[in-house]
Design a protein around this ligand. Structure first.
Ligand code: NAP
Length: 252
């Protein structure tokens, strides 16, 4: 069960090799989290993430293999994770694939990015909601992005998928009201991780550690939406309103 400060004792990570997820696991394992299920496609990477989780204080760490390109396999992957964990206080959805301008005209690449960033996560979250509703409690934390709030030309395939995921998560949170299960949407700006390796920092760039701290604070406060850094809430409150002709000229 989540403790009095909203911190989980058992955690499932969908995207268990993500740099941001790794920091979230470390932060929560240093608190009360003792059971961690790490799910992803890279067995060796999952083993390394599992070692890091144990080093941070997790006592029971299990890995589950899935590939998000198999959208039809989303429910089975979630069931495998819940069955391995026993009861699940929190699920972190960290799967995603960034797009670049070179992807715009590539149909197969577009399908892969949309499947990984929206279609598989939507299927998985649907199953997570059902399993947590059966339990009658739980917290679902979804890594969305500020990219979802206003789509940029540079990565519009990814951003449109994140916009879908963000909207889906808002709706899911509404549907779960009164069930004991809550959804927390996390909207980081540019985070220095393996996803953005080699790219120049965008304004207000941040770190996986900062995202993890913000998520832990959001669990404690019960905030339905967490922006990282927090000032982006206000920045994007303005940016979502600027005319497209100005938006396309802004850096980042
Ligand atoms: N970095 C940023 O600037 C930023 C900003 C806002 C939001 N986010 C979001 O935060 C989340 C975590 O990103 P991150 O920065 O930690 O980057 P990351 O380390 O690249 O994490 C992405 C995760 O998605 C997994 N993944 C990709 N394709 C997959 C597939 N077909 N099947 C299964 N897993 C797959 C990756 O697995 P592999 O390790 O096997 O590739 C990895 O675990 C993502 O949803 C991302 O969109 C990131």
């Amino acid at each position: 069960m989540l403790d009095a400060f909203g911190q989980p004792q058992s955690l499932v990570v969908l995207g268990g090799t993500s740099d941001i997820a790794g920091e979230v696991v470390r932060t929560l394992a240093q608190r009360r989290c003792r059971t961690v299920v790490l799910a992803g496609r890279d067995r060796d990477g999952l083993d390394r993430s599992a070692d890091a989780a144990r080093a941070a204080g997790a006592e029971r760490v299990v890995t589950v293999v899935f590939d998000a390109s198999d959208v039809g396999g989303a429910a089975r992957a979630v069931d495998d994770c819940f069955d391995a964990a026993g009861s699940v206080d929190m699920v972190l959805l960290a799967v995603g694939m960034l797009s670049h301008q070179r992807d715009e005209l590539d149909v197969e690449r577009t399908r892969e990015i949309v499947s990984t960033t929206y279609a598989w996560p939507a299927g998985a979250l649907t199953r997570v909601a059902a399993r947590m509703s059966e339990q009658g409690y739980g917290r679902i934390v979804v890594l969305s992005s500020v990219a979802a709030v206003r789509v940029r030309r540079a990565n519009f395939v990814y951003a449109s998928a994140k916009a879908g995921l963000d909207a889906f998560s808002i709706g899911l949170g509404e549907a779960l009201r009164g069930s004991g299960v809550a959804v927390q949407i996390v909207r980081p700006g540019f985070v220095r991780s393996k996803m953005t390796a080699g790219l120049p920092d965008a304004p207000l760039a941040t770190t996986p550690e900062a995202v993890a701290r913000a998520i832990a604070a959001g669990l404690e406060s019960g905030a339905p939406v967490v922006w990282v850094p927090g000032v982006l809430r206000w920045v994007f409150g303005v940016l979502r309103l600027v005319p497209q002709a100005l938006w396309r000229r802004l850096p980042g």
